[in-house]
Design a protein around this ligand. Structure first.
Ligand code: GDP
Ligand code: MG
Length: 818
C-alpha cells in the first residue's frame, strides 16, 4: 500500500521509499525512514498537498510524492508479528521495535523480468516461481504481466514476467506497457534477460536500463548456445564495465538460477561489488544537450520521482511521447520542451544527423566497444544450421507442402498412436462400469452412476492421450522455432486477406484453446486487424473439439482418421481466410501496419519444457473432467431421466407405431418382455425434459438426418465443446453398458433398426461441430477483448448459420458418394 492511500486518521508504518536521487534524499531527511509510524491528518480529495503527522510534527507532501512511499497499515503490521517474534521482542526488550520489524518486512524483493522478445524471460519466470506460463520460440507470446513468487533464503521474491521489447521507446503497445510498469511499480531489482548468442541487439535495451540508474542484474541467458558456438565471453569483465552484475543462465534447464537469485539479493542489499553507476557515454554534442535538459529537470522538483534525470533527458531528446507525458504536469513543461527542440536542432546541425539516429548509433558504438574487449570468437556458428533449415522450410516451392506434411504427420500420430492408450483407458472405463452394473442394486443412483457419470465423464476422459499428443507437437513446433517460420510463410496469405503474419500466431495458439489465443491478439497494433483476427479465431479447431473428431472418425473412418482430421482443420483455416476477406471488404477498412517478423534461431526444445507444458495440459483436462464435464453430465442425465414413466403410461398408439416400425430382424430372439422394455426405454427418453427440448429443435438437424440426441448434444456443447461427447455418452446408451461410445454410435436402434449416425450424417456433424457457436468462454473473451457485445453476437449468429449451411452441403455431397 502507498502512503497516498492512507485515509485521514489512519496510521501506517513506512516500509520502503521508492524514487530517486534528490527526492529520496529530501524525504528521508524529513524523517520518512522505514519503520516510522505516520498518520494521515488531512486528505482533501484531488487536493495537493496532504498533511501527515510524523514523529510528533506535521509535514505536508504532494500526492505524487506520497505515492512513492510504501507503507503497511498499523494493524496489519501488528498482526504480522507472530507469537514467537513477540516473545523474542519481549526478551530482548528492544527500544525501537518498529525499525527491526521494518527490516524484516523489507525482505520482500520485487523483481521485474525485462528483455527482448524470445530471450527466455517466461522460461526463467516459470523456473523461479514454479508456474506454467506459455513459452514459445517466437516473439509475442507473453502479452501482459504475469506475477509469481518464491521464498528464498529468508526473502520473499515477487517476480513479474513482462512482455518482450526491443527498447524502451513507447511505440508499440508492449513497450508502452513495460515503460508504464517501470514508472508505476518501481521494482526493487530489474532483471534484464539477454540472449548470449545475440548480444549486440539485446544490449541495446540494457543501455537504456542503465540510464535509469536502478538496481539491476543481467541474466546472460541461453548461455548453452554461446558455449556451443565456441565463442567465449568474459562476462565478469563485461559486467564490471557496465556496472551491472552478469550471471550466465540456461533458463530452459534451470542452470544458473540459484546464482541469479543470490545476485538479486546481493544487489538488493547493495552489497554486490560490480554494482556501480555508469553513464553510457555518447558524443560530446549529445552529452551537452542531455546536460541542458537534466539541469532543467533537476530544477523542477516534480520530475525526478519516477526515473533518473539522465534517462528522461535522453528520452526527451528522442522525442519519446511517454517521457513528454511524464513531465506534462510540471510547471516548466513549456520551457523544457522548448529547450529540447532547440538542443535537438543544434545537435542536428553540428553532427548532420537527427538526434534519434545519433543516440542509437552512439549506444551501439558503446556496445561494440564493450564486446570487442570481452567477446572472443564469433557467434554465427549456430546460425548456419538455422540458415540451412530455413532455406528449405521457408522455400517458395517447398514451404507449404512441408507445412502440410507436418500437419498430416501430427494428425496421424494423434489418431493412430493415440488409439493405443485410448483403448487402455476405454477398457478401464468399461471394467468399472461392469463392476457397477454387477454389484450395485438397481435404482436411480445406479442409473446416475452408470449412465450419467461413467457414460458422460468416462466417454470424454478416454481422449486424454490424443489431446496430449496434439499438445506435444504444438509445443514442439513452438519451442523449436518452426512456428515462427509458419507465420512467415503464411504472411503472404495473411496479406491477401488484409492481415499480417503476426495474426497467425494467435491463430496457431487457437489450435490449443481459443481463449488465450483471443487474449494474445493484443500483440497486433492495428485495431481492425485485431478484431478480424478475434472474429476468425473460433474457426481454428481447438483441442476441445478433438474428442468429437476422434470419436466419429474412429467409428466411421477407422482407416482414414488422419485424413478426416486434416480435412477438418484445413476447412477451418479456409473458412477463416474467407471470413477475414469478407470482413475486410464489407466491415473494416484497410489499414496495414508494417511489421517485422523476427525469425529466431532453431532450438532443440528441452524435454523439461515440453513435459511441463504437457503436464499442465493434462492437469487442466482432468480438472475440467472433475468440474464442468461432471456437472454437465449429471444435469444432462437428470434431464433425460425425469419425469419417469412406466409401461402403463405409454399410450397404445405409440406402442402400435413402434411395433409397426420395428424391423423383423430386431424382433427375432426377443421375448415380449424385452420388447416392451425397449419401447418403454425409448418412450422414456423421448418424453423426458431433454427429449422434449430435443424434439423441439430437431427440425434444425433433420436435413442432415441427425436425431434429436445429437441436436441436444450440440446445444450442450455451448458450455464447452467436450460436453458434446459427454452428452452423447449419456444419451446413446446401448444394450451393453460396457460398449465403448464409438460402438454404440454404430449399433442400430433396437426399435427402428437405424443407426444413430450414418457416414454422411457423421460428416455433417463433424463440419457443424468445427464451425458452429464458439463455447461460452470464447464468446466472453471475444466480447471482453473487442469491448463490444455486438461482435460476440455476430460471432454467434454468423458461425452457427455458416456451420449449418456447410454441414447440410457436406451431407448432400457425401450422400452422392455413399
Ligand atoms: P520470452 O519470450 O522471453 O518469454 O521467451 P520464452 O521463455 O518464451 O523462451 C523462448 C524460447 O527459448 C523457448 O523456446 C525456450 O524453450 C527457449 N529457451 C529459453 N531459455 C533457454 C536457454 O537458456 N537455452 C536454450 N537453448 N533455449 C532456451
Ligand atoms: Mg514470454
Amino acid at each position: 500500500m502507498k502512503l497516498v492511500d492512507l485515509q485521514p486518521g489512519e496510521t501506517g508504518v513506512i516500509t520502503k521509499i521508492l524514487g530517486h536521487g534528490a527526492f529520496r534524499k529530501r524525504v528521508m531527511e524529513m524523517g520518512f525512514v522505514r519503520g516510522r509510524e505516520v498518520t494521515c491528518m488531512l486528505n482533501a480529495p484531488l487536493m495537493d498537498p496532504v498533511k501527515y503527522a510524523l514523529m510528533d510534527y506535521e509535514v505536508s507532501l504532494r500526492r505524487h510524492e506520497a505515492s512513492m512511499i510504501e507503507i503497511m497499515p498499523l494493524q496489519e503490521w501488528h498482526e504480522h508479528e507472530t507469537d514467537a517474534e513477540k516473545a523474542e521482542k519481549k526478551a530482548t526488550a528492544q527500544h525501537d521495535e518498529n525499525a527491526d520489524h521494518a527490516v524484516r518486512h523489507d525482505k520482500i524483493i520485487n523483481v521485474a523480468l525485462l528483455g527482448n522478445p524470445n530471450c527466455g524471460k517466461t522460461s526463467l519466470f516459470n523456473i523461479v516461481s514454479g508456474s506454467n506460463e506459455h513459452v514459445g520460440n517466437y516473439a509475442g507470446v507473453t502479452v501482459d504481466a504475469k506475477s509469481g513468487h518464491l521464498n528464498y533464503k529468508g526473502y520473499r521474491i515477487n517476480i513479474v514476467d513482462l512482455p518482450g521489447t526491443y527498447s524502451l521507446s513507447a511505440y508499440s503497445p508492449e513497450e508502452q506497457y513495460v515503460v508504464r510498469y517501470l514508472r508505476d511499480e518501481t521494482p526493487d531489482v530489474m532483471v534484464n534477460v539477454i540472449v548470449a548468442s545475440n548480444l549486440e541487439r539485446n544490449l541495446y535495451m540494457t543501455t537504456e536500463l542503465i540510464d535509469m540508474n536502478r538496481p539491476m542484474v543481467i541474466a546472460l541467458n541461453m548461455y548453452d548456445e554461446l558455449e556451443k558456438s565456441g565463442a567465449s565471453l568474459k562476462y565478469k569483465e563485461l559486467g564490471a564495465m557496465l556496472g551491472v552484475p552478469i550471471v550466465p543462465t540456461v533458463a530452459a534447464t534451470g542452470r544458473g538460477v540459484h546464482q541469479l537469485l543470490d545476485t538479486i539479493v546481493e544487489v538488493y542489499e547493495m552489497k554486490h561489488p560490480d554494482t556501480r553507476h555508469i553513464h553510457v557515454k555518447m558524443s560530446p554534442e549529445i552529452e551537452a544537450g542531455v546536460n541542458v535538459l537534466r539541469e532543467d529537470l533537476k530544477a523542477e522538483s516534480n520530475v525526478p520521482l519516477h526515473f533518473a534525470t539522465r534517462y528522461l533527458a535522453i528520452k526527451l531528446l528522442e522525442n519519446d511521447p511517454e517521457a513528454e507525458l511524464l513531465i506534462r504536469n510540471t510547471r516548466d513543461y513549456n520551457k523544457i520542451i522548448a529547450d529540447r527542440d532547440r538542443v535537438a536542432a543544434e545537435i542536428k546541425q553540428e553532427i548532420n544527423e537527427d538526434v534519434q539516429t545519433a543516440i542509437a548509433a552512439n549506444k551501439y558504438g558503446f556496445i561494440q566497444g564493450a564486446l570487442a574487449e570481452t567477446l572472443e570468437g564469433d557467434l554465427v556458428h549456430e546460425e548456419k544450421t538455422t540458415k540451412i533449415i530455413d532455406a528449405v522450410v521457408t522455400n517458395k516451392l517447398f514451404g507449404f507442402p512441408i507445412f502440410l506434411a507436418a500437419m498430416f504427420i501430427i494428425f496421424w500420430c494423434t489418431f493412430e498412436v493415440g488409439s493405443y492408450p485410448m483403448e487402455w483407458i476405454e477398457n478401464l472405463v468399461s471394467w468399472v462400469s461392469q463392476l457397477v452394473s454387477r454389484f450395485m442394486p438397481a435404482g436411480p443412483l445406479k442409473d446416475l452412476l452408470l449412465d450419467g457419470i461413467i457414460g458422460g465423464v468416462g466417454g470424454v476422459i478416454v481422449f486424454l492421450p490424443n489431446i496430449l499428443i496434439l499438445y506435444f507437437f504444438i509445443s514442439f513446433m513452438e519451442d523449436s522455432g518452426y512456428m515462427a517460420r509458419v507465420a512467415f510463410i503464411m504472411d503472404k496469405l495473411m496479406h491477401k486477406m488484409g492481415l499480417h503474419g503476426k495474426s497467425f500466431i494467435p491463430l496457431v495458439t487457437g489450435f490449443g484453446c481459443n481463449v488465450p489465443a483471443i487474449m494474445s491478439t493484443r500483440i497486433i497494433e492495428s485495431s481492425s486487424s485485431r478484431l478480424i483476427t478475434i472474429l476468425i479465431l473460433p474457426f481454428m479447431s481447438c483441442s476441445a473439439r478433438l474428442p468429437i473428431y476422434v470419436l466419429l472418425a474412429g467409428a466411421f473412418f477407422p482407416h482414414h482418421g488422419a485424413i478426416v482430421f486434416f480435412g477438418l482443420y484445413l476447412l477451418g483455416i479456409i473458412v477463416a481466410i474467407l471470413t477475414a476477406k469478407l470482413l475486410r471488404k464489407f466491415w473494416f477498412k484497410d489499414d496495414e501496419t508494417p511489421f517485422v517478423m523476427e525469425l529466431p534461431p532453431y532450438r532443440v526444445p528441452t524435454s523439461k519444457a515440453v513435459m511441463r507444458s504437457m503436464w499442465s495440459k493434462a492437469k487442466q483436462y482432468l480438472q475440467k473432467m472433475g468440474g464442468l464435464i461432471l456437472v454437465a453430465s449429471i444435469i444432462i442425465w437428470a434431464l433425460s431421466y425425469f419425469p419417469r414413466y412406466s409401461y402403463e403410461n405409454v399410450p397404445q398408439s405409440y406402442i402400435d407405431t413402434a411395433m409397426a416400425e420395428m424391423p423383423e430382424s430386431a424382433r427375432t430372439g426377443k421375448s415380449d418382455e424385452e420388447i416392451n422394455e425397449i419401447i418403454l426405454h425409448t418412450y422414456q427418453q423421448e418424453h423426458s425434459i431433454l427429449g422434449n427440448i430435443g424434439k423441439f429443435c430437431e427440425p434444425v438437424v433433420r436435413p442432415m438426418e441427425l436425431g434429436w440426441q445429437s441436436c441436444v448434444s450440440l446445444l450442450a456443447g455451448m458450455a464447452a465443446k467436450e460436453v458434446v461427447v459427454s452428452t452423447m455418452g449419456v444419451l446413446y446408451v446401448g444394450d451393453d453398458d460396457a460398449d465403448a461410445l464409438s460402438e454404440r454410435l454404430k449399433t442400430p436402434s433396437p426399435l427402428t433398426g437405424k443407426t444413430p449416425f450414418t457416414i454422411p450424417s457423421a460428416i455433417a456433424f463433424l463440419v457443424f461441430v468445427l464451425l458452429y457457436f464458439p463455447c461460452i468462454a470464447t464468446l466472453t473473451a471475444t466480447i471482453r477483448e473487442s469491448g463490444n457485445w455486438r461482435y460476440g453476437l455476430f460471432s454467434l449468429c454468423y458461425n452457427t448459420l455458416l456451420a449449418w449451411i456447410l454441414a447440410v452441403l457436406a451431407f448432400n455431397i457425401a450422400n452422392i458418394f455413399c
